[in-house]
Design a protein around this ligand. Structure first.
Ligand code: PLP
Length: 399
């Protein structure tokens, strides 16, 4: 076994995504090997004893760790600047493990209200049943974060940009409020990708991803990852992870390793396409009421975006004149852009949040979150932007 020599120097992201974490077997294979095995054999009973005692390095069981999965974790650690990581079977396995391992009965969580729906379920129902209470706040209002703190507050949780309205939360400012309260901040960084926002450098303690999105980036598999300092992972997550088993399959880890190789190219093209399409949509004032795109100067949080993010996002939210009917007509008239609820894919995708991803919210909650019946969420793919603009032009004309 040999580490790729390139990984001994600090690498820029595009290089790290191709090389970091690679470990070659004795065959010298070019593409990372898939160690599709449940466990590992020992040379002797003594060797097994030593490995279980932690006196001898080596893998024991793929629920704990696996060579292919570890390559994916190491590559993500390099990209994120994290001390350790655990890859999970899905993004929700990452969120629920990161939250469950950090709190216990009697503790309190403060979370931004604009969360991926399943994250709200985990906080309210899974942790609620376990005796953990929570307060939900407007993530953009620092006074609300401060006012929500209780003596038993242990954890803050947020995602930014938010889904689907692409609001931006000041991660550094919220981290400071959390730390002043002796709580940790966990950030779900899916929408920004590790290339456009670095929560650990902004003061977050733990970062979680759904690797299903930009990291795979080709709609093939589910995956997730939790990244933090080596101390935090060892103290909070290591045993929880071993014994509760949210582990990522080595096969899916391999797909995600391959995804990381091209992620910088894809995200760059997706962001360029999103930026062009956002400008086009904004020019169609006859059909489009408003465009929310973090790369545009008219985004309400433009100043914060400049400080916190290094790219304009691969996603656009826009509201049509004519509500649900117009939104459905546009979706159905698009020929290249596909109707689905994934995001970050090489293919351009469109979602009507009010009737799909956010349909379980009450009408009042949806209105408060700015998710009108005419709102669409667009995830830019890597196609030629001219084809995408022509697709939108024809679809808007049809609406
Ligand atoms: C998709 C998503 C998740 C959940 O990830 P899965 O891989 O689908 O389990 C969590 N948070 C955000 C922001 C997401 O977009």
């Amino acid at each position: 076994m040999s580490e790729n020599p390139a990984s001994r120097r600090p690498l820029r992201p595009a290089t790290a995504m191709v090389h970091s974490g690679t470990v070659r077997s004795g065959f010298g294979e070019m593409s990372e090997a898939i160690f599709m095995t449940q466990g590992f054999a020992y040379d002797s009973a003594q060797a097994a004893e030593a490995r279980f005692k932690g006196e001898e390095p080596g893998f024991i069981y793929s629920r704990y760790a696996n060579p292919t999965t570890r390559m994916f974790e190491e590559r993500m650690m390099q990209l994120e600047g994290a001390g350790d990581a655990r890859a999970t079977a899905s993004g929700m396995a990452a969120v629920s493990a990161a939250l469950q391992c950090a709190v216990q009965a009697g503790d309190h969580i403060v979370a931004a209200r604009a969360l991926f729906g399943s994250c709200t379920y985990v906080i309210q129902n899974v942790l609620g049943r376990a005796g953990v209470t929570a307060t939900f706040v407007d993530g953009r209002n620092l006074d609300e974060w401060r006012a929500a703190v209780q003596p038993n507050t242990r954890l803050f949780f947020l995602e930014s940009p938010t889904n689907p309205t692409l609001e931006i939360i000041d991660i550094a400012a919220v981290a400071k409020v959390a730390h002043d309260a002796n709580a940790i901040l966990v950030v779900d960084n899916v929408f920004a990708t590790p290339l456009q926002q670095r929560p650990l450098e902004l003061g977050a303690d733990v970062v979680v991803y759904s690797a299903t999105k930009h990291i795979d980036g080709q709609g093939r598999c589910l995956g997730g990852i939790i990244l933090s300092s080596a101390e935090w992972i060892e103290k909070n997550l290591a045993d929880f992870f071993r014994h509760t088993g949210p582990s990522l399959s080595p096969f899916n880890a391999w797909i995600l390793l391959k995804g990381l190789e091209t992620m910088p190219l894809r995200v760059r093209q997706q962001t360029e396409n999103a930026s062009r399409i956002a400008d086009y949509l904004a020019s169609r004032t006859d059909k489009v009421k408003r465009v929310i795109y973090p790369g545009r100067a008219d985004h309400p949080d433009a100043e914060l975006i400049k400080r916190q993010m290094t790219g304009g996002s691969t996603l656009i939210a826009f509201e049509l004149v004519g509500g649900k009917e117009a939104a459905f007509r546009v979706c159905n008239a698009l020929e290249i852009v596909t109707i689905t609820n994934n995001l970050g894919d090489a293919r351009s995708l469109i979602t009507h949040p009010a009737t799909t991803t956010h349909k379980s919210l009450s009408d009042e909650a949806r209105a408060a979150a700015g998710i009108g019946d005419g709102l669409l969420r667009f995830s830019a793919g890597i196609e030629d932007s001219e084809d995408l603009i022509e697709d939108f032009a024809a679809a808007l004309d049809a609406a």
